[in-house]
Design a protein around this ligand. Structure first.
Ligand SMILES: [Zn+2]
Length: 259
C-alpha cells in the first residue's frame, strides 16, 4: 500500500525553511522570491522526501541495502528544495544524490541541535574581557621573541580526530595568542580565582556536550564551541575561535595519549 504524504504545519515549514538558511541545499537557489511589483515574498520551495515516500521499482532496487527511515514523513526525512531540484531529485533518482542529501540533512539537524544548546549553558562574564583583548591584539606587533610558544602540548592534544586544516588553525591561534590569554587569565585569577576556574569548566563542559552529539567529528565540536562563545557574547567569531583554541589545551576530549 502506498504511504500517504503528510501535510506539514506552519511551524514545521518554519523549521524546514530555517535550517536551509533560505537557500536550496542542492542548487543554491533562493527559497523565497518576490514577483516584480509584488509587496510580499512567496514560498519558492517544496518539501521533498529524502528517502522516497513511495519508491518506484527502480528506486527500490537502487536503494537495496539502505533501510528506509522509521518515520518516512518525519522531519528528519524531509528537506526543503526548490521545485526544479525537487523534480530532478525524484525523477532522476540516484543513490549518490540520496546519500549526499542525507548527509546535508544530518548537518542541518546537528547545527539546529547545537544552536538549541546555546542558551542552556552558562558562560562567565570574564569571557567578554578576554574576547576584547584578543580582538585588540595584533600578533604582527609581537616582535618580542620571548613570547614564543612551545607547541608540544597542543600537538599532542590534536593527535587524533581532527582535519589537518583545523589543526593548523588551532596551532596558529596558539602561537599567536596563547601566552597573552594565559597571562590575562593569571591576572584575572588574582582578582577572582573561582571565576576563572568556572570559566574553564564551562568551556570544557560545552566541549564535552558537543562531543557527545558529534563523537566522530572534532572539527565540528571545535566550531560549535566557538559559535557558542560568539553567540553568547555577541562578539566576533574569529576571536571566539581563538579562545576556543586556547581551551583545547586543558580539555579532556582532546586526548594527550591515545592508546
Ligand atoms: Zn534547487
Amino acid at each position: 500500500m502506498a504511504a500517504k504524504r503528510e501535510k506539514y504545519s506552519d511551524e514545521e515549514h518554519s523549521i524546514l525553511y530555517a535550517e536551509t538558511g533560505g537557500i536550496c541545499p542542492l542548487g543554491k537557489e533562493s527559497l523565497l522570491f518576490t514577483k516584480a511589483g509584488a509587496r510580499k515574498p512567496q514560498k519558492g520551495y517544496e518539501v521533498a522526501h529524502i528517502y522516497p515516500l513511495n519508491p518506484t521499482a527502480a528506486q527500490a532496487a537502487a536503494l537495496a541495502g539502505y533501510p528506509p527511515p522509521t518515520d518516512i514523513n518525519g522531519l528528519s526525512n524531509v528537506i526543503a528544495l526548490c521545485p526544479n531540484c525537487h523534480t530532478k531529485y525524484d525523477k532522476q533518482f540516484q543513490v549518490d544524490e540520496y546519500l549526499a542529501l542525507k548527509e546535508i540533512k544530518h548537518g542541518f539537524l546537528s547545527d539546529a541541535k547545537a544552536r538549541q544548546n546555546i542558551s542552556r549553558f552558562a558562560l562567565e562574564k570574564e569571557v567578554y574581557e578576554i574576547l576584547d583583548l584578543i580582538s585588540a591584539h595584533d600578533p604582527a606587533d609581537d616582535s618580542d621573541t620571548t613570547l614564543s610558544f612551545d607547541l608540544t602540548t597542543v600537538e599532542q592534544k590534536l593527535k587524533t580526530g581532527m582535519s589537518p586544516l583545523q589543526k593548523r588553525e588551532i596551532k596558529a591561534n596558539a602561537v599567536d595568542y596563547y601566552i597573552r590569554i594565559r597571562d590575562h587569565l593569571k591576572q584575572l585569577e588574582q582578582q577572582d580565582q573561582f571565576a576563572v576556574l568556572l570559566l574553564q569548566r564551562q568551556v570544557n563542559t560545552y566541549y564535552i556536550a558537543m562531543q557527545q552529539d558529534q563523537p566522530e567529528n572534532k572539527d565540528l565540536v571545535f566550531n560549535y564551541v566557538a559559535q557558542w562563545i560568539s553567540e553568547k557574547t555577541n562578539k566576533s567569531l574569529l576571536a571566539s575561535k581563538i579562545l576556543a583554541s586556547f581551551f583545547v589545551q586543558n580539555c579532556e576530549i582532546f586526548s594527550v595519549d591515545p592508546l
